[in-house]
Design a protein around this ligand. Sequence first.
Ligand SMILES: NC(=O)C1=CN([C@@H]2O[C@H](COP(=O)(O)OP(=O)(O)OC[C@H]3O[C@@H](n4cnc5c(N)ncnc54)[C@H](OP(=O)(O)O)[C@@H]3O)[C@@H](O)[C@H]2O)C=CC1
Ligand SMILES: O=C1O[C@H](COP(=O)(O)O)[C@@H](O)[C@H](O)[C@H]1O
Length: 589
Amino acid sequence: MAALKQAASLWGVRGGTKLGSVSSVSRSASLMSPTSLSATARSYRMVAVRAAVSGGKSVKLAQESSNDETIKSIERVITQDESPKPGFLNGSAVSTETTVSITVVGASGDLAKKKIFPALFALYYENCLPKHFTIYGFARSKMTDEQLRELISGTLTCRIDRRENCGDKQEEFLKRCFYHSGQYSSEDSFSDLSKKLQKEEGERVANRLFYLSIPPDIFVDVARSSSCAASSKNGWTRVIVEKPFGRDAESSSELTKGLKKHLKEDQIYRIDHYLGKELVENLSVLRFSNLVFEPLWSRQYIRNVQFIFSEDFGTEGRGGYFDNYGIIRDIMQNHLLQILALFAMEPPVSLDAEDIRNEKVKVLRSMRKLDIDNVVVGQYKGHTRGGVKYPAYIDDKTVPNNSITPTFAAAALFIDNARWDGVPFLMKAGKALHKRGAEIRVQFRHVPGNLYKRSFGTDLDKATNELVIRVQPDEAIYLKINNKVPGLGMRLDRSNLNLHYAARYNKEIPDAYERLILDAVEGERRLFIRSDELDAAWALFTPLLKELEKRKVAPELYPYGSRGPVGAHYLAAKYNVRWGDNSYEPTEN
Ligand SMILES: NC(=O)C1=CN([C@@H]2O[C@H](COP(=O)(O)OP(=O)(O)OC[C@H]3O[C@@H](n4cnc5c(N)ncnc54)[C@H](OP(=O)(O)O)[C@@H]3O)[C@@H](O)[C@H]2O)C=CC1
Ligand SMILES: O=C1O[C@H](COP(=O)(O)O)[C@@H](O)[C@H](O)[C@H]1O
């Protein structure tokens, strides 16, 4: 309870102002089920943070009841931050009001402009940022505050469904954005930045978030210089690290060691933006809050699972980065594997970040070593269609013209545990394909002794149920079922039970970066990658990557804009699987 009281006071939720007492806060959540405890704690935390940042106004947080587990859960969330406690610093009293300074390191770059600043603005627009916040861009390029504002203003957009005061809000937001030019490895540069941050932070408890949107070879330099010279003195300091987290097990472990010299694990937020996507976040809800799915979630009923990523454009502009990584590192080892882990993990003890990440690590560690014979690689070649000429991967000037880096890969993976023994988990990822999309397809087994099998002819696959979770674009969850065509005869067809988000929800779906940045501000680590998860992911892929490189496996060429190499179909056929994205889809309904 002491921690709870401390946290409440850290957030400015304290006596003097009239609010729910700490014990009444603890009581409020106990009406919830055990699995919602930490979510409850998190929403309590959000209420408290917002109470604090709104100047500690009167907040009613409580309902009557008591439950020790709930209290522990709330305490666990609260105590995970080991920020120095406000009250006294070097003997003198300090304010209990908080502020957050967010520094985008690499602010002159592509990701900052495309994703990070727009996400920050969206959070501001939705009133999700604390009352007191400051945003700083940091990079080597020389720029004034005004120039930074100009640079980012073109990419700030308001929600389509809520455009009120859009222009005013953008103006207000831009006034809170500043720029500092400096060198990434220079403590002096970060110390100068720190002074500027202090000016904005004033006497408040100063929390600081650094977003490292820079090439990976300078992650550690920035972690060192920012933590030595610009850490918060009286609040928390957190660092979001962008991928890639190394190129293999060894370089990843070096990077982790380097970061941990300057930061504690709980200060490091390794981002995988696929975990922030709405339908990936919904995966656990679908599984664990619907009785109809979880009992089917095993080898007993599921024949295979497919994770499919495709882009209808090439590596244009990013060839220099991409050639050193390739599609397996760029998409499979992180985005698709993370989704697989969430899909296949055992039910976690709670929604607490550590409980979820423990289960993800367990399932990753149960995976069978990836066999080179279970992998197909491809690379796109130039192609002319409808009079338009599409370039080959190697036409990119930043790519060596003898490059064998894969821009496409398909793989069959297996989880050697009781739940998934023998079930193929197929992955397919490619650039310059015929369409853009990301989806999970769950193909169920045949109905035993199916009374209607004659209606399906010899191809029983046509009659199996398939659950599709379309992550993007046009988010949807649909289940393919067999249905009687209305009428006097007995004819069956396939239909979709379809949850189509655009039709169901009159709301724009937030970008993944919004959710993840908000989580980092709130100290919620559930959607960030822990170092042992990362180790397990690299342990799975590193031997394969080394083998491909050692054998100099030549990728199968596929035309830009096609469905990818035929090798992917042979790979699936080896396990009696057909890729769901290439087979018959009932008309959307
Ligand atoms: N762009 C994207 O879509 C995605 C990017 N990422 C990751 O996010 C991070 C940032 O990506 P992105 O913005 O595209 O990267 P950029 O290549 O645009 O680099 C960001 C900034 O870092 C500085 N920089 C670039 N190269 C060097 C160098 N060799 N040494 C020192 N500083 C350098 C530049 O700023 P200045 O010269 O002003 O200092 C640049 O504006 C990377 O780790 C990337 O892998 C992850 C997912 C998607
Ligand atoms: O991490 C990456 O993701 C993008 C695809 O992200 P999306 O949210 O637009 O689907 C991919 O283009 C890029 O190569 C990769 O580094």
